[in-house]
Design a protein around this ligand. Structure first.
Ligand SMILES: C[S@@+](CC[C@H](N)C(=O)[O-])C[C@H]1O[C@@H](n2cnc3c(N)ncnc32)[C@H](O)[C@@H]1O
Length: 441
């Protein structure tokens, strides 16, 4: 019976996927020109992907899968929709971004993957996935079974609390109902969300789409999801909630607060619209980990365009630790500036450990515009190496550091920088004191 509902959903998704893609313009050109459909939240959740085997669950037409492949992952995408998988394969071939796509009901695919001995460093699912799955225990156990020991599951999803409301924000549905909810069919939510879900510009495409195939949804609650993952033996590393929905304007009067973050109308109180979970598969007992004293070998090389998303992720995780006083909203706004303006404009040098970027320094003349190291390997000498590399090329170095970031001030002092001035506001005029420092040869 539940398999029948999945089959009904397959037909409904086949029809809807044609309508969705009709609004997204020339996607081959979008990817050939370096486009990405990922949001900062998932990039941050996933961390560095270079060289990792990544399984993308319910990948639909593969746009996010190809964006993940761009970050250096070997991506396998799985989806039940024939139309979506055929589209994903074409998009991969025509855009020249390699990835593997398989059509299957996910809850059957896990058994097949185990038989084939498939194993992944990362499993990823995002935005509108588990509401199509009839059995969350099978889902979580499947994820655990295909993760390598020490591998991680990264999950970002629309919040089940929001699903209590109808389109006009009237509370109408039970929270996490125990029975499947039948609908007229997967709708054309891309048309409803406009540019939010068509990052290369919205095209009219299919007008007034009516899905001839009904669909069936399973709206799992937060506790259902967490308990399923815990029962499957995964260790929950983080749970986050967000007061906005990325790309999806599913309710009346939603407004884009920037970068496709959709907020409810101003008249409404804040409510959670998305949540994210990171969970790890424990390493086997007795597995060796590197001794704490081991220093990773870093190689410093010039920046390449394809580093951009990984460096932006490093910037965000390091800034959250170094500059928490700026607040999450401001950090996420700055993240866009880092990706779109600062990285392309600065003279950047990247420290690589085991072939993956672990930190970078961005120089504007002699001025250090940014020095950021992956927090997971702070204290391993990466920052010091980048400073010495820049000093060897440029001689004098200048830097400005937030006074509220004492470990950064201390770091530069220990590297021979001295204070040359101080201002009470930062470059944006915000009331965060900044210390100017310099080191001369
Ligand atoms: C909202 S989309 C997810 C979009 C995704 N975030 C992406 O990267 O584009 C939901 C997807 O789940 C797929 N799906 C639904 N039921 C499924 C099942 N039982 N097994 C595998 N995929 C399924 C649909 O075909 C659809 O592509």
């Amino acid at each position: 019976m539940l398999n029948d509902l999945h089959e009904a959903n397959r037909l409904s998704w086949n029809a809807a996927t044609v309508a969705h893609n009709s609004h997204k313009g020339d996607q081959v050109a979008f990817f050939r020109n370096g486009g990405s459909t990922l949001y900062p939240e998932e990039i941050e959740l996933l961390g560095d992907l270079a060289g990792l085997d990544l399984l993308h669950l319910q990948c639909n037409s593969g746009q996010d899968s190809l964006s993940l492949a761009r970050l250096g992952a070997n991506v396998t995408g799985v989806d039940i929709s024939d139309e979506a998988i055929a589209f994903a394969k074409r998009l991969s071939a025509e855009s020249g971004i390699a990835a593997t796509f398989e059509r299957a009901d996910l809850l059957h695919w896990f058994d097949d993957a185990r038989t084939r001995g498939l194993a992944f460093d990362r499993v990823f699912a995002s935005y509108g996935t588990i509401c199509w799955l009839s059995d969350l225990g099978l889902w979580a156990r499947g994820i655990a079974s295909v993760l390598k020991p020490g591998g991680r599951f990264a999950f970002i999803e629309f919040h089940p609390f929001a699903m209590v409301f109808d389109e006009k924000w009237a509370p109408r549905y039970d929270y996490a109902p125990r029975e499947p909810v039948s609908e007229a069919g997967v709708g054309d939510y891309v048309a409803a969300s406009g540019a939010g879900l068509a990052p290369d510009g919205y095209e009219q495409g299919v007008v007034d789409f009516r899905n001839p195939h009904p669909s069936f949804e399973f709206n799992w609650g937060i506790a259902d999801v967490l308990q399923a993952l815990i029962d499957a033996g995964l260790e929950i590393e983080c749970l986050k909630e967000y007061p906005y929905a990325n790309g999806w304007a599913g309710f009346d009067g939603m407004r884009d607060s920037g970068g496709g973050r959709m907020l409810p109308p101003k008249s409404m109180p804040s409510i959670p619209l998305m949540y994210a979970i990171a969970a790890a598969k424990p390493k086997k007992m007795g597995a060796m980990s590197a001794p704490a004293s081991a220093r990773p070998e870093a190689v410093i090389r010039p920046y390449r365009t394809e580093d951009r998303e990984r460096l932006a992720a490093i910037w965000l995780s390091a800034s959250r630790i170094g500059h928490p006083f700026l607040g999450e909203e401001r950090l996420l706004a700055q993240l866009q500036m880092v990706r779109d303006t600062y990285l392309p404009m600065a003279d950047n040098w990247v420290a690589e450990v085991d072939g993956r970027p672990a930190g970078f320094i961005g120089l504007i003349g002699n001025f250090i515009g940014g020095l950021f190291v992956n927090p997971e390997i702070h204290g391993a000498g990466i920052g010091r190496g980048l400073i010495e590399h820049a000093a060897a090329r440029l001689g004098r170095l200048d830097v400005s550091v937030y006074a509220d970031n004492p470990s950064a001030v201390d770091f530069y002092r220990r590297r021979g920088f001295v204070e040359t001035g101080r201002q009470e506001t930062d470059d944006e005029g915000l009331p965060f004191a900044v210390i100017h420092m310099a080191r001369t040869p």
